[in-house]
Design a binder for this molecule. Structure first.
Ligand code: PXP
Length: 250
């Protein structure tokens, strides 16, 4: 069994920069191609209801050209469900979405909307997409995700990244306990949100995690060192946290 942690690169913020000018450059699909060449195991894109970054055309093009899995993040709405059913991406991650938020601010309340989510998980799963639910490392939410039949959960690491000192350590312990509980139920567990070179190590060390999804930091860091280098450094940090030889060529 390989201990390698998969890296999904989220390209949303390439589209944020493009959309600031309303033109075609920089192209998130080109960024996806570069990310794959730099060692991304998958590409993640969040098609938000307000289309503030990734647009429908980006999803069409990613589905046409990607040679690695596309993880489509979406809110549980009928519009997004229709889009995901039409495209059949490899994975769909259901996230909470509020129009006013700057980013996905917390995990889904799976426990509170059981019946609504059940339909999405069933239809997407039957259509061939592996469904994950983006939740906080909370036992009640993890159990609810399991009861709903979701094969995968993604644990929100945003609070861990925002906190410091003892509070960060406490949140890390909560994440580790959550991951272990989820794996004991048979769920595949991913994690993401807010991760950077500084915060990724202790998360990547959690041996039961299968995948990290990272976006904003990598795209921001690319301004200083280029996208290839920012991804290679992250890949390397993840490999070294796992104590495995770096898969990045020097
Ligand atoms: N995972 C999920 C489910 C997300 O919604 C996001 C943000 O779109 C990420 C990971 C990546 O977060 P960040 O851009 O902060 O690295």
């Amino acid at each position: 069994m390989t201990n390698k942690l998969r890296l999904g690169v989220n390209i949303d913020h390439v589209a944020t920069i493009r959309n600031a000018r309303g033109i075609m450059h920089p192209d998130p699909v080109r960024a996806a191609e570069m990310a794959v060449a730099a060692g991304a195991d998958g590409i993640t894109a969040h098609l938000r209801e307000d289309r503030r970054h990734i647009g429908d055309r980006d999803i069409d093009q990613l589905m046409d050209m990607l040679c690695v899995p596309l993880n489509l993040e979406m809110a549980a709405t009928n519009e997004m469900l229709d889009i995901a059913l039409r495209h059949k991406p490899h994975a769909v991650c259901i996230v909470p979405e509020k129009r006013q938020e700057l980013t996905t601010e917390g995990g889904l309340d799976v426990a509170g909307q059981h019946n609504r989510l059940a339909r999405y998980i069933q239809l997407l799963g039957e259509n061939g997409s592996r469904v994950s639910l983006f939740i906080d490392a909370d036992r009640r939410q993890i159990k609810a995700a399991y009861d709903l039949g979701a094969p995968v959960i993604e644990i929100h690491t945003g609070a861990y990244c925002d906190l410091s000192g003892d509070e960060r350590i406490a949140e890390l312990k909560r994440i580790i306990a959550g991951v272990q509980y989820a794996v004991s139920l048979g769920l595949e567990v991913h994690a993401g949100h807010g991760l950077s070179y500084e915060t990724v190590g202790p998360i990547a060390e959690i041996a039961e995690l299968a995948e990290l999804n990272i976006g904003h930091f990598l795209i921001g860091e690319a301004i200083f060192c280029g996208l290839t280098e920012s991804i290679r450094k992250m890949r390397s940090a993840m490999d070294s946290a796992r104590g495995i030889e770096s898969s990045v060529d020097e």
